[in-house]
Design a protein around this ligand. Structure first.
Ligand code: PLP
Length: 375
């Protein structure tokens, strides 16, 4: 088929947004039928459902027994910020940023908390900062996967097991699609609407024993709003990590989170989720390898994300392609992030079927040819 010819087959599901991401295959509103709506979230059955999210999360992700897991307010941002506000300031901090969300955490620490001892290690879109420069006597804040550049850290080898500072990792577009080396991570955060395609609004917070120790031994000099408070009288509020949420949760969202986790179990757990995502990346890698007008934004294969797959196309072409593909009903929400270099961003997380990405590829060629003609 020539590139200009319109393909005849469309992806069965055209949702390729990087957040909220596609629901799991086969999802319908029926998945929420059992939601405990109209009940107090403190009622026994509701609390049990919340606890189910925590327990299934621990089992699927292989979170160590001595790490604590909570559902917290305000999505991934809430989870990250409560830990920045709660733990930082007692020792210097290294802030790593290579795209928009990492830069957001730099703003929090430098401009809002105004920490004097903050060191910013930054790089352009497509690269990682020099990880050998990180000082682990300091606290370290980083994103595992930069959602807007499609650049992920290759592994946890650059983080020592014994370190003085805490590692605070925003892993929202990585968890359930990439291995998390728990012994290297003191704080891991994410939200439900990414890899498992849940509903947005609640954050997940996973903390190590060292992070608990910090919470119990350090009191920051600034006030702590109730929405961020994880301790009471110098002790961890254990209940928050057992389903007694800080404030009211949506039982509809909780039901959906359970549904996503049950699906994850049904396909074979974390290994299967990662395999689905890597297979999705491979479809796009094979396409890029044979088309010279499109490149990965991530400069080397080892740092290429298997979830937020960012492709570089100069000028306005990517924007036009995304609009054309949306108008055809072939692919929704695949334009590059507003602050990122131009191109496309296609979600390859576990809820996206590889067969749909395979169907999408010829459409990219068609849209590129169309966008060129229109130029
Ligand atoms: C790396 C990263 N951090 C933070 C956020 C913000 O997440 P939320 O909207 O769940 O607070 C996002 C959202 O896409 C993200 O990709």
């Amino acid at each position: 088929m020539s590139a200009n010819q319109k393909p005849s087959v469309k992806p069965a599901r055209n949702q390729f947004s990087s957040g909220p991401c596609a629901k799991r295959p086969g999802w319908t509103l029926d998945a929420l039928k059992g939601a405990l709506v109209g009940r107090s979230h403190r009622a026994k059955p509701a609390k049990a459902r919340i606890k189910q999210v925590i327990d299934k999360t621990r089992a699927i992700l292989g979170v160590p027994a001595d790490y604590k897991i909570a559902i917290v307010p305000a999505s991934d941002t809430g989870a990250v910020e409560m830990m920045l506000w709660h733990t930082l300031g007692g020792r210097p901090v290294d802030m790593l940023a290579w795209e928009s969300f990492g830069e957001g955490w730099v703003t929090d620490v430098v401009k809002q908390l105004k920490l004097k001892d903050a060191r910013v290690l930054k790089s352009d879109y497509g690269k990682l900062p020099d990880l050998t420069q990180v000082n682990f006597d300091h606290d370290v804040v980083f994103t595992w996967n930069g959602t807007t550049s499609g650049v992920r850290v290759p592994n946890g080898n650059w983080i020592p097991k014994d370190r003085k500072g805490l590692t605070i990792c925003d892993a929202t577009s990585a968890v359930f699609a990439m291995e998390m080396p728990w012994d290297k991570l003191d704080v891991v955060t994410y939200s439900w609407q990414k890899v498992l395609g849940g509903e947005a609004q609640h954050g997940m917070l996973i903390i190590s024993p060292r992070a608990v120790e910090r919470l119990e031994s350090y009191t920051p000099p600034w006030p702590m709003p109730k929405i961020f408070r994880l301790t009471s009288k110098g002790k961890l509020s254990e209940g928050i990590f057992e389903g007694d949420t800080i404030n009211t949760v949506s039982m509809l969202c909780v039901e959906d989170a359970v549904d996503g986790l049950v699906w994850a179990e049904s396909i074979g757990g974390l290994k299967a989720l990662i395999a689905r995502s890597e297979a999705n990346l491979k479809v796009i890698s094979d396409f890029v390898a044979t088309h010279n007008w499109i490149k990965f934004l991530a400069e080397t294969p080892d740092i290429r994300s298997c979830t937020s797959i960012c492709l570089s196309i100069p000028g306005e072409t990517g924007k036009k392609m995304a609009a054309l593909l949306e108008a055809e009903g072939v692919a929704l929400d695949i334009g590059a992030y507003r602050d990122a270099p131009p191109g496309l961003r296609i979600w390859g997380g576990a809820t996206v079927d590889t067969s749909d990405l395979e169907k999408l590829m010829p459409w990219l060629s068609w849209a590129y040819a169309e966008a060129q003609t229109a130029a």
